[in-house]
Ligand binder design. Structure first.
Ligand SMILES: Nc1nc2c(ncn2[C@@H]2O[C@H](COP(=O)(O)OP(=O)(O)OP(=O)(O)O)[C@@H](O)[C@H]2O)c(=O)[nH]1
Ligand SMILES: [Mg+2]
Length: 371
């Protein structure tokens, strides 16, 4: 699973990336601070089934803290996009190619209106404009990719041209069918179906932002999550320095914080009281579990102990699209399992299931395959 972070220069992409991944990347108020993409890992949370088993798990591809499984999601932070990027404006469209593999995009929008479409300081810029042109820019990039082979008018060539956009060729085939001879519409459908986008209304800590947010959420049909990457960074830093603790939606400020630190942390507290959180993690949770509708599933080899061949309890967790069958899941775990698939066992109910069994959130599954 990979999520791409997009947006105009200086909207806060790298700040958002740093807040999520705790990686120390370059952040500055001038445009095109980021040139080479930053790659990192964030985590989405789910209740770990080991709590039902009464035995501690041995995570391999993830982590588990206090009964909560932390499931890794790759995050990609790229250079800022400007209007005309698909024609090579700004830093060109070379980095757009890095977004090919993304399962979804988070569009970071500077909700304060204090930067223009090129990321330069201004007043009263309308963030709604950014939401519109950025989507268009991404679609025109995809249109440019298809255009190179469009004259050949062969579906299989177009599908090949869009390799990496989605693991499912059928998705592209359906887009081609639905778009007919309309190339622009095809680009739109490919984006809509392979690059769903969540809007992160960033810089909500600035006084100008809430008014824009209220206006835009009323008229936009996008999923928009209010957030402040900056305050999330402050909170992470304060936690790592032992100045504060964030737990169950509450901030506990310790006595060793000085007055200045206390003031900033009070600002974070106020923000969290208004919006429920800093919104950064919520964006990723929303993408994975709502926008993409993925569920987490645990493959095991022993249906009684929920262990793998090495005796590790619930070692791995996979994020799969809702609607995935157990046979499809087998192919995600190992091609051998899919090729020699016999049946599977729902390890929670200790019941055999057939290949067309549709997986549920939190399923623990043993796949039975021939040699
Ligand atoms: N007040 C406030 N400022 C923010 C927030 N997020 C980012 N900023 C500031 O916005 C400026 C740009 O932040 P970056 O994270 O470098 O933005 P970017 O989108 O990665 O920019 P480029 O790499 O140049 O495209 C910096 O001065 C940040 O401190 C936020 O949530 N609130
Ligand atoms: Mg950046």
């Amino acid at each position: 699973m990979m999520i791409g972070i997009v947006g105009k220069p200086s909207c806060g992409k790298s700040s958002f990336f740093k807040a999520l991944t705790n990686m120390d990347v370059k952040i500055a108020s001038y445009p095109f601070t980021t040139l080479e993409p930053n790659k990192g890992v964030a985590f989405v949370k789910a209740k770990c089934p080991h709590t039902e088993l009464g035995k501690k798990c041995d995570p391999n591809n993830s982590d588990c803290i206090d009964g909560i499984r932390l499931i890794p999601v790759k995050i990609l932070d790229v250079a800022g996009l400007v209007p005309g990027a698909h024609l090579g404006r700004g830093r060109g469209n070379k980095f757009l190619d890095d977004l090919r593999q993304a399962d979804a995009l988070i569009h970071i929008v500077d909700m304060s209106g204090k930067t223009d479409e090129n990321g330069l300081p201004t007043d009263n810029h309308d963030p709604l404009e950014d939401i519109k042109w950025l989507r268009e820019e991404i679609e025109l990039w995809v249109k440019g990719i298809i255009e190179k082979v469009w004259a050949k008018s062969d579906d299989s060539i177009i599908i090949k041209q869009l390799t990496g956009f989605t693991p499912k060729n059928e998705t592209i085939a359906q887009c081609i069918k639905d778009a007919g001879i309309d190339l622009r519409k095809l680009a739109h459908l490919v984006c809509e179906r392979t690059k769903p986008m969540l809007i992160a209304a960033n810089k909500m800590d600035l006084p100008e932002a809430p008014k824009n947010f209220e206006r835009i959420t009323k008229i936009s049909k996008d999923k928009i999550v209010p957030c402040s990457a900056e305050l999330e960074i402050v909170l992470n830093l304060a936690s790592s320095k032992g100045l504060a603790k964030y737990e169950n939606g509450e901030i506990l400020i310790y006595d060793n914080a000085n007055d200045q630190q206390r003031n900033v942390l009070e600002k974070v507290r106020e923000f969290i009281e208004s919006y429920g959180s800093t919104g950064v993690e919520k964006c990723v949770e929303n993408v994975v579990f709502s926008l993409l509708n993925f569920i987490e599933v645990y493959p095991v080899e022993n249906e009684n102990n929920w262990t793998d061949s090495k005796g590790r309890i619930l070692p791995d967790v996979y994020l799969v699209p809702l609607g995935t069958t157990v046979k499809e899941f087998a192919s995600m775990v190992h091609t051998h399992l899919a090729k020699n698939f016999i049946s599977a066992v729902d390890a929670r109910r200790k019941m055999r299931v057939k290949e067309d069994y549709v997986l549920k959130k939190g399923d623990v599954i043993k796949i039975i395959a021939g040699k």
